[in-house]
Design a protein around this ligand. Structure first.
Ligand code: SF4
Length: 420
């Protein structure tokens, strides 16, 4: 898509003054953010060493997946950074990338093909990461803290599907756990998760929590999530857990009501592939253990009835099936109360599809704008996008830019409403 033609503001925001030049700048930055995610970033080692990653700036924490081109052992890489117009981006290392991180006067700068591109600002390391739970576990092994004021927890960083060889083909959760085993713990207890939540809550920062993980043996996740909710309530007194329980589609759909009764405000079931034949091939474990593709879709529709329209999230790994198929899924699910994202496929190290390629950044950019337009057309709100997926993905950015939420040529940092 050529951004010389700026997509129109969505109608319900048309009272805002359209500023095509500002939105063009923001959409260009969105294109760059997507390109950096798809193509990764290389670095000059002596330049990288100039930045205090892991002390002043946040380092990558591999709670779930390694999104870099290769596992990188003890080398600390930056986690995130801001682009000049305010978009928040992930740092994904690819030593072959045309994008390169360099240091200039001690400041980080991005180059492309040897040409200076933009200044960036690394995300500062949250102080909470220095804390430990009462049983001595470092917070950095349990959670990540987001600039939106949320917490990301991966309760189990292994997936039981590996035992039967049914891992999803794009997924590297088990390879990531093996590569960083020296400083990761497999199962976080509900008490540990609640202690982290309570510490963040006391600082006004636990305004959203996303709890996810690989499949655990015997699909005992419902008991785990209920225990986490009980522990959080007991430590903080909050009535609801503003956040998302990320689960596999349960065979007994009545289980979905138990998550809502436990206090979670949103729920996620990541279908990953919309075409049912490709789903069977790419996600054999999800097919076998969760009742098949039709049952996943039924579970998402049921969740929208239980949690309410816009309070259910799904995801498609974008780049494995045709774009039209993905957009059919996004459209169908949006019409049935589910916000389905389509994050760019990153062929992860250790996954069965390692070495494959994701589509071009322009392919993903076009998909992003079309999905954001679908969300607007179905009347969803920014708070709903962040309620189900608490981090600023390109879809959140596109939705906000098309909705006119920019302040001039700057997209302000979104923050979750404070939970009391
Ligand atoms: S269910 Fe699939 S995507 Fe999820 S952790 Fe297991 S292998 Fe990975």
């Amino acid at each position: 898509m050529n951004i010389a033609t700026v997509p129109p503001l969505v109608p319900d925001r048309s009272q805002r003054t359209p500023d095509d030049a500002a939105r063009r700048a923001l959409l260009q930055e969105l294109q760059l953010k997507i390109a950096l995610a798809v193509e990764g970033i290389s670095f000059v080692p002596e330049d990288l060493r100039q930045f205090p990653i892991g002390t002043e700036y946040a380092e990558q924490i591999h709670l779930l997946f390694d999104m870099d081109r290769h596992h990188h052992g003890d080398v600390e890489l930056p986690a995130n950074f801001y682009l000049p117009h305010g978009l928040f981006a992930q740092f994904r290392w690819d030593p072959e990338s045309r994008f390169q991180l360099r240091a200039e006067d001690g400041k980080p700068v991005l180059y492309r093909d040897g040409e200076r591109l933009v200044d960036i600002a690394f995300y500062r390391r949250p102080d909470l990461l220095r804390l430990h739970t009462s049983d001595g576990e470092s917070f950095e092994h349990i959670a990540a803290f987001t600039p939106e004021g949320g917490i990301q927890v991966c309760y189990s960083n292994e997936c039981d599907l590996k035992l039967s060889g049914d891992d999803c083909k794009y997924c590297n959760i088990n390879s990531t756990a093996d590569a960083y085993r020296h400083d990761r713990i497999f199962l976080k207890t509900p008490q540990q998760v609640a202690e982290v939540y309570a510490a963040a809550h006391a600082r006004g920062l636990a305004n959203h929590i996303n709890i996810t993980g690989g499949f655990i043996p015997e699909r005992r996740e419902v008991d785990y999530y209920l225990d986490v909710a009980d522990e959080i309530r007991a430590r903080t007194g909050v009535a609801e857990i503003h956040g998302t329980a990320v689960i596999g589609a349960p065979l007994d759909l009545r289980v979905i009501e138990r998550y809502r009764e436990a206090g979670y405000t949103t729920i996620a079931m990541n279908l990953e592939i919309w075409n049912r034949d490709i789903f069977r091939a790419i996600c054999p474990g999800k097919e076998k253990r969760c009742g098949g593709w039709e049952h996943w879709v039924k579970a998402l529709e049921t969740a929208a009835e239980v949690f309410g329209r816009g309070n259910v999230r799904s995801n498609i790994v974008a780049g494995i099936e045709p774009k039209d198929s993905i957009l059919q899924g996004v459209e169908y699910l949006a019409a049935h109360g589910v916000l389905c994202y389509a994050g760019a496929w990153c062929p992860n190290p250790g996954s069965a599809l390692e070495g494959h390629r994701s589509p071009e950044p322009a392919w993903h950019y076009d998909l992003t704008l079309k999905a954001a337009t679908i969300f607007h057309r179905h009347g969803y709100k920014t708070a709903q996008l962040y309620g189900g997926l608490g981090a600023s993905t390109p879809f959140h950015d596109a939705f906000r830019i098309l909705g006119g939420e920019n302040e001039g040529d700057h997209l302000p940092q979104y923050r979750h409403r404070q939970v009391s």
